[in-house]
Design a protein around this ligand. Sequence first.
Ligand code: AMP
Length: 419
Amino acid sequence: MVEAVKGTRDILPEEIGRWHYVEDAARAVFGLYGFREIRTPVFESTELFQRGIGEGTDIVAKEMYTFSDRKGRSLTLRPECTAPVARAFIEHGLDRGGGLQRFYYVGPMFRYERPQKGRMRQFSQIGVEVLGSDHPAVDAEVLEMLARFLERIRLGAPEILLNSVGCPVCRPGYRDRLVAYLGPKRDQLCDDCRRRLETNPLRCFDCKVPSDQEILRDAPRISDHLCAECRDHFQRVRGFLEAAGIRHRIEPRLVRGLDYYRRTAFEVVLPGLGAQNALLGGGRYDGLVESLGGPPVPGFGFAVGLDRLVLSLPDDAPIPDESPEVVGLAIGEAAVGPILQVAGRLRGLGRRMVFDPQPARSLKSQLRGVHDRRARFALIVGDEEVAGQVFTLRDMRGGSQERLTEAALVARLREDTRA
Ligand code: AMP
């Protein structure tokens, strides 16, 4: 038997309501702030990610699904969606007319990582991007929107961990200080960090190895080495967040894995998620559009891991019920036609109805099935009903039954069946 590929999984119908719930909440909240959906292709030219994310990152260095197509072009399954959105923005000249552009996306991303709970090779993200302003109010407004979204899906108000990662003016100087601090301790670092020291030393802060973390605890902090403009930006973002009452904490060791981040960087972690506890991450990426050959347009955004979000939903989240409201039970072939016909009318009223014309089980066990599916009604038709041109409607809540003509049935189910 051929099975799903390692690191991928099927999301079955019984889980999908949780996904719809989260996605619908995101669409509703993001819409309030003027964000509109953008759908970009699942694969792109490899070069987009090499230039956009940066060669020194783990993603580009070792996690991309890259392949050649039949004409020998190098293509990559998108590992993230900020670079694709920036590409689309440039390609369609969406900056014409100036002003802010706000996008959101939902969809699968692909990274060749070691699979574990909450870490997949195909996973879904929902993310937003604002292009066109480097004003700190943009950062604060997007964070406020994020907090509203998390509250709406009843994740409470998880703390936002916030930092500034500087800019091309102040980061090189900080980078030198960090290398000067870590260099003499090189031999005590893990293999990954030794590599990062050469390629992208700030990434050492992402290391999970305890002895490395110990060393990093006393490392110089970027927040102490920001240039005046970055410091001012950071202070203003914090001021806006405080004014809006958004819970956040400065985390001086927070860096983001992708090269394009400037200034604000943030993350939300949830303790219940275990080792893969980062629920979402984002920040400002003022250099990205330009580095992809576009105009110097600043940007800000975040991406939430949907798989992790769905895992974290509280038990009392009001997941919409997608189960059928009415299940038709035909006893004998003569009942099939009348049920099929009335099912059409009921669906016309907006009632969700299902019907199996060839049940291999007894009526009793079918009724148990109706109960298990959490349907409100069973619509039973046997020879007597066919002869009398009526339907037996059984209310699964109390077990009461009524015999109704088609017109009476339609009138009865015109009301809300959940009431
Ligand atoms: P990143 O694009 O790396 O900033 O990731 C943003 C969010 O996407 C993370 O906080 C996770 O929730 C989610 N994510 C990233 N990689 C994976 C993965 N391999 N499996 C599941 N979720 C992931």
